[in-house]
Design a protein around this ligand. Structure first.
Ligand code: AMP
Length: 394
């Protein structure tokens, strides 16, 4: 970063209407009360800076996946919570486009304006250009601070960014810097840990990371497609037969690129996918009728050793069915080793973040990503539309 000006520093903000795309897609209980306001808090540094520099923030966000207007997904509870956290009045509008909204945004003085859920608009998720032009009328400049939706080419994310002077807010910038630190010239050894159930989501990540990492640790349900591809017996463990060939190519690529790709060699197994299923530890092959639901203690120790010596590390996906205490040991061991790792550590993806929080280790991780899908696309080496559309360098 250095002393060089970038991002928000380069945007003229004083007396300007600053349209900000935030991610206020917060969890709510059945009565609509917000159960976790982390995403609202995450936007505060950018909003405080805009207010301090005399700008007038006009905020846009989605909430849930409405099909048209859905009264349960209005942003009023968010406005109340935001006002409490920010300590300034928040004017919540009941729409996000049209002459009345334009007039309200033009006349707003002091405080913050929050538009209605942008996904009430047909065309938002399709990236409709006419809708983006309607949003662009509401601001003089645009700031994207919604990392969690930056992999989507949507009207309020990339569409409006192309039409106004635009840049990244502090949250988005921190995410970009964290992934740059992992993917561009990392301090070595660079270790990646991949887990979770769906291997199809991770194939492109594996392919890209094999060009960059020194060591790749694979766990979770996705490991068993690898083990089957190597000719091991995996019982009834998760396996995606459609991807056996791709996995064989990944194993070959790891060999050519001299990447140490480690797979579990002992497992916690059960006969059914249930929290109360009796379990045991086996090494090597998994017997017929049994499924692996976690990595075993020997694998945990080996992975922890590689993790502790990493200078840069990225982790996406749990090592087992961490939601069930009997199959949490692998994810816990890996989480503890990541927390103890003195290198630069990044955790991304909804489930690994949930695991780190469940284990009380979040404060020991250098960067916890706020976007599951977006972080996976960065690890795939892809450009995110919400970033590449910004007109001012981040
Ligand atoms: P994903 O959405 O692909 O990142 O997968 C996350 C899910 O994978 C979590 O809900 C875990 O419970 C699940 N998972 C991890 N390991 C296994 C396993 N060995 N068998 C079945 N599910 C698993």
């Amino acid at each position: 970063m250095g002393a060089e000006k970038h991002g928000l520093d380069l945007l003229a903000i004083e007396k300007k209407r600053v349209l900000v795309r935030v991610d206020f897609n917060v969890p709510q209980d059945e009565r609509g009360a917000i159960t976790d306001d982390t995403r609202i808090r995450a936007a505060l540094p950018t909003l405080r800076e805009i207010l301090r520099r005399g700008g007038r923030p006009i905020l846009m966000s989605h909430l849930g996946r409405p099909k048209g207007v859905d009264p349960k997904l209005r942003l009023d509870p968010v406005a109340t919570r935001l006002s409490e956290l920010l300590g300034v009045p928040v004017t919540k509008l009941s729409a996000s486009t049209g002459p009345e909204v334009e007039a309200a945004c033009a006349s707003a003085q002091g405080g913050v304006v929050l538009l209605e859920n942008v996904r009430f608009n047909a065309g938002e998720t399709k990236g409709d250009g006419a809708l983006a032009a309607q949003y662009a009328k509401l601001g003089d400049v645009f700031v994207n601070d919604a990392f969690g939706t930056s992999h989507r080419d949507e009207s309020s994310v990339s569409g409006v960014a192309r039409l106004l002077p635009s840049t990244a807010g502090h949250l988005l910038e921190a995410e970009i810097r964290a992934f740059q630190r992992v993917l561009d010239k990392p301090e070595r050894p660079l270790v990646a840990i991949l887990g979770g159930a769906k291997i199809s989501d991770k194939l492109a990540v594996i392919d890209n990371l094999l060009d960059k990492v020194d060591c790749l640790l694979v766990g979770g349900g996705m490991a068993y497609t690898f083990l089957k591809a190597q000719g091991r017996k995996i019982g009834t463990s998760l396996c995606d037969d459609a991807h056996l060939e791709t996995v064989r190519s990944a194993l070959a690529k790891a060999g050519t690129r001299k990447v140490e790709l480690l797979l579990p060699d002992d497992h916690v197994i059960a006969q059914k996918f249930a929290a109360d299923a009796p379990s045991k530890v086996v090494s090597g092959d998994i017997p017929d009728g049994w499924m692996a639901l976690d990595i075993g203690p020997r694998t945990q120790a080996l992975y922890a050793q590689r993790i502790r010596t990493a200078k840069t590390l990225v982790w996406n996906g749990p090592m087992g069915v961490f939601e069930m205490p009997a199959f949490r040991g692998g994810t816990e061991a890996v989480g503890r080793a990541v927390a103890e790792c003195p290198g630069y550590t990044v955790v991304g993806g909804g489930d690994s973040v949930a695991a780190v929080e469940l284990l009380g280790l979040a404060s020991k991780i250098r960067h916890i990503s706020t976007g599951g899908g977006a972080s996976l696309e960065l690890l795939e080496g892809r450009d995110l539309p919400g970033i590449s559309s910004l007109r001012t360098p981040v």
